[in-house]
Design a protein. Structure first.
Length: 460
C-alpha cells in the first residue's frame, strides 16, 4: 500500500496514469483503475523525476499524476489523500466508503452527521473518500451517487457527484431489505448491517438456540385481549412493547391492581416522555387496546422483570459489539443505564443516566459480587448473540445489545439494535465514545481491501 495524492494533467488525449518507471516496467500496456465501484482502463506511463521516499505516509503522500479524463471518469475528489494498491493488472485507489443514513433530508444535516464526523477523527490513519447518500440518489447504470463527502482539510461535509462506494454501512432502515439486495447482487457492493429484525422476529430467531433460550423472557405476540389477560394472571405485572420502535416509545407497563382492575403506565405512542398512570377495569381492556390500536401496531407482551436496583431505581445494560479491523467481533463499550427517580424505563432519552459496569454492579449487589466476573459474563452473552446472527445472506458489523439483570443476578436479553445510540458513552467516557464511533470505520476499510493485513505491492 502507498499513500498518494492525485492531480490531473492534460498531457494528451489518451488516458494515462504516471507511475515510477520500475513499476511501469513490470506492468502490461493497459491496466484497470478502480475507485469505489467505478473503473476505467489506462496506459501506465513513466513518472519523471520520481525520487524514492523512505517515509511515505498520510502526511507525506506520493504525488501521482493522471489524465484529467481519468479523474473525471472515476469521480475522484481533488485534495484528498488516498491509499493505492497494485495487484496484477489492477490499480485500486481508495478506500471509498459509504453511509446510508435514510431517505429523509434531515438525516444529512450537520447535527445528524456529528457522530460520523467524530468517527472520522481517525481519517489520517485511513485516508480515502467517505460519503453519505440516499438510496434514491444512486444511478445504477453508471455506478454513481449524489451525496455528501467528508473534506478532511475543512473538517466539513460537501455535496458532490461521487462514485458508488465499494463498502456501505447501512445506518437507516426506512427501506425494505429487498431493495437493498440490489446493492449487493447487482452492483456488487459489500453492505453491512444488511437488515434489521424487529423484536418478535429477533425473539423467534434466538429461541431456537438452546443455550441462548435461557436468557429470553417469556414472550408472545399481542393478538387478542385474552393473551394480555393470561399474561397478567400468570405474572401480575407485564410490559407491552411495539416490535419496531426504540427509545421507549409506545411502551406500556400493566399491573394487577385488585378489585378486577388494572393499572396502566405509559402507552403514549407519540410522546416518549409520557409515563402517566391510569386505572381501568379488566372489562375495559378490549376498548383500551382498540383506543391505542395496539393490536394493529404489532406489539409483544412480556413479564415485567424484577430488575436489580440502585437506590430504588432499575437499571439495564447496553453492550456495544462491533467488528474490528481484523474482522472479529469485539466488545467496544458497556454502559449501565439507570432509570431516573420514579421512572420504570432506563432509556437515556427518557432521563436515565449512564454508569460504568463495575460501579453499577457494586452499587446493586454490594461486595458479594465480582465486577470482573460480572462484566465477563455480559461480554460472553454479547459474543454468543453475535455468533448466532452470523448466517449466509446476512452481514452485520455493529450491535447495541440491551441486557437486564434481575434481583437473583440472572441475565435477560431485552433487545438488540443495529443502529444504537451512544449518548450515554459521550457523557460517561468521551474517549471510549470516539473509539466506538471509529471501530466501524476501520472494519469498513478492511472490507474494502485496504486493511493493513491485505497483501499488495508497494511502490519501491
Amino acid at each position: 500500500m502507498t499513500w498518494i495524492k492525485l492531480q490531473g494533467v492534460n498531457r494528451d488525449q489518451e488516458k494515462s496514469f504516471f507511475l515510477p518507471g520500475v513499476v511501469v516496467r513490470d506492468m502490461p500496456e493497459k491496466v484497470k483503475i478502480r475507485f469505489g465501484m467505478r473503473e476505467t482502463i489506462v496506459s501506465p506511463s513513466f513518472l519523471p523525476g520520481f525520487v524514492k521516499s523512505q517515509n511515505n505516509s498520510f502526511h507525506n503522500p506520493l504525488p501521482v499524476s493522471c489524465s484529467r479524463s481519468v479523474i473525471d471518469d472515476l469521480l475522484i475528489q481533488d485534495g484528498l489523500t488516498y491509499q493505492m494498491l497494485l495487484s496484477g493488472d489492477t490499480i485500486s485507489i481508495g478506500p471509498v466508503i459509504g453511509f446510508l443514513l435514510g431517505e429523509q433530508h434531515y438525516c444529512y444535516h450537520d447535527s445528524h452527521l456529528k457522530e460520523l464526523t467524530d468517527a472520522l477523527q481517525v481519517y489520517e490513519r485511513v485516508g480515502g473518500l467517505f460519503c453519505a447518500f440516499r438510496y434514491f440518489s444512486i444511478d445504477w447504470s453508471t455506478n454513481y451517487v449524489y451525496g455528501l463527502f467528508f473534506d478532511w482539510t475543512g473538517k466539513a461535509w460537501k455535496y458532490g457527484k461521487l462514485p458508488l462506494p465499494s463498502v456501505v454501512f447501512r445506518r437507516g432502515f426506512h427501506k425494505n431489505g429487498e431493495e437493498f439486495k440490489r446493492l449487493t447482487e447487482q452492483a456488487g457492493v459489500k453492505l453491512f448491517n444488511s437488515s434489521r429484525l424487529d423484536k418478535w422476529k429477533m425473539h423467534t430467531k434466538l429461541k431456537s438456540n438452546q443455550n441462548f433460550y435461557r436468557h429470553l423472557p417469556d414472550t408472545a405476540r399481542l393478538t387478542s385481549p385474552q393473551i394480555l389477560l393470561s399474561y397478567l394472571k400468570k405474572y401480575c405485572q407485564v410490559i407491552l412493547k411495539p416490535v419496531d420502535l426504540s427509545r421507549g416509545r409506545g411502551v406500556c407497563v400493566i399491573n394487577e391492581a385488585g378489585d378486577e382492575s388494572i393499572e396502566l403506565s405509559g402507552c403514549n405512542y407519540y410522546d416518549i416522555n409520557s409515563q402517566k398512570s391510569t386505572r381501568i377495569s379488566k372489562q375495559s381492556i378490549k376498548s383500551f387496546l382498540q383506543r391505542y390500536k395496539l393490536l394493529e401496531r404489532n406489539y409483544i407482551v412480556q413479564p415485567y422483570l424484577k430488575l436489580a436496583r440502585i437506590n430504588g431505581c432499575p437499571f439495564d445494560i447496553r453492550i456495544v459489539m462491533q467488528k474490528n479491523a481484523r474482522e472479529k467481533w469485539v466488545c467496544t463499550g458497556i454502559e449501565c443505564r439507570l432509570a431516573g427517580p420514579g421512572q420504570y424505563l432506563t432509556n437515556i432519552s427518557l432521563g436515565g443516566r449512564a454508569l460504568p459496569i463495575a460501579l453499577a454492579a457494586e452499587l446493586a449487589f454490594g461486595p458479594s459480587i465480582s465486577p470482573v466476573l460480572f462484566k465477563k459474563e455480559v461480554i460472553s452473552i454479547g459474543s454468543q448473540f453475535c455468533g448466532l446472527m452470523e448466517e449466509p445472506g446476512e452481514h452485520y458489523a455493529e450491535f447495541g445489545i440491551d441486557l437486564a439483570v434481575d434481583t437473583s443476578r440472572r441475565f435477560w436479553f431485552l433487545e438488540a439494535n443495529v443502529r444504537p445510540s451512544f449518548k450515554g458513552f459521550q457523557v460517561m467516557d468521551y474517549e471510549n465514545y470516539l473509539h466506538i464511533c471509529a471501530t466501524p470505520i476501520f472494519y469498513a476499510v478492511t472490507a474494502a481491501g485496504f486493511g493493513k493485513n491485505k497483501a499488495s505491492r508497494r511502490l519501491e
